[in-house]
Design a protein around this ligand. Sequence first.
Ligand code: PMV
Length: 326
Amino acid sequence: MKATAIAPANIAFIKYWGKRDEKLRIPANTSISMNLSAAFTSTTVEFSKNLSRHHIELVDEMFSDKEISRIVLHLDRIRDRAGIAQFAKVITKNTFPKGTGIASSASGFAALTVAASAAAGLSLSEKELTILARLGSGSACRSIPNGFVEWTTGEESDDSYACSLYPPEYWDLRDILCIVETKTKEVSSATGMEFAQTSPLWETRQNEIPERIAQLKQALREKNFQLFGEIIEEDCLSMYKVMNTQVSPLFYWTKTTEDCIKEVQANRASGTLAYFTIDAGPNVHIICEGNSEKKVVDRVKRILGVQSVLINKPSVGAHLIKEHLF
Ligand code: PMV
C-alpha cells in the first residue's frame, strides 16, 4: 500500500480566478495551461495499520497548519473512496519554493492524488484523477494530463475535468521562470479568489474569456507564437486587474516583477519574441520558443533581484514512479 508519484506544476495561459462552486471547486471559466518540466513535486504515500494518525512531511520546508488540514481532507476523501480506514504517511518534495505563485498546490495535489489513490488500491481513469485532484486544489487537475491542457468548467463535479490538448513535444516552447521571491505569500490563491466576484472588472473578464480561449486555441493549432503571446499577456493582465480591484485588493508583484516585464518588452523591441505571464505571486514566467532560450536567459539573469531562473520545457503530466522517497 505504498506508491510514489511525480507531478509537474503548470503555468496557466488562460487563468482560473474565481469559482462557480466554492465547495466543489468548479471554476467560473475554462482555463488552459502547460505543464512545466523543471518545477515538480514528488510524493510518496503509504497507508499503514501501524499509524494512529496521518503523518505529513515536506522535505526542506514546513507546511502551515492550514496546508496540513487541506492535505488531511484530501487523504480522507481518498480513504473514503477506497473504503479503507488506515492512516497515511506522506513525504513530499518540491524542486521549487512553495506558496510563491509557482503552482505548488497544483503539483502538490496532483502528486498526492496519484500517489494516494494508487496506495489506497484505487484504479482511476485520467479523467477521474483530474476530478479528484480538482477537489484538493483547482489548478491541480491541469497537472494530471500531458503537455498542453484544458480544464473545462462545468455545471457539476463530474463535468469539470482536464484533458490534454497537445502532448509536450507538440511545440518547443520554454517557460523561463524568474524567481524573484521565495517567501510564502500572505494570501493564498484559494483564499484570494473567493473575492474575485467583488471586482467591478469581473463581468468584463468573464465575458472576454470565451473569445480569448478560441484565439489561444487557434494560436496553438497554427503554432502562431505572436498571437499566442499577445493572448497570454492579455489574460494575465486581465486577471491581475481583477485581483487589484477586488475587496480586499491583492498586490502580489514586486519591483523586480515589473523589471522582468520591462525586460520582456525590451527583448521584443530588439527582435526576440518573448511574452510574460504571472500567476498569484511575484515570480515571472517568460514564454519563448526554444531557439530564443539563450538570449532570454542571458538577459534576465542580469536583472537585480532575480534570485534564480528555472528553465522549463513542456512536460508530461502526473505519473507513478518506482523509486520511493522513504
Ligand atoms: O488552484 P489554485 O488555488 O492554486 O489557483 C490557481 C490560480 C492561478 O494560479 C492564479 C491561476 C491558474 O489558473 O493557475
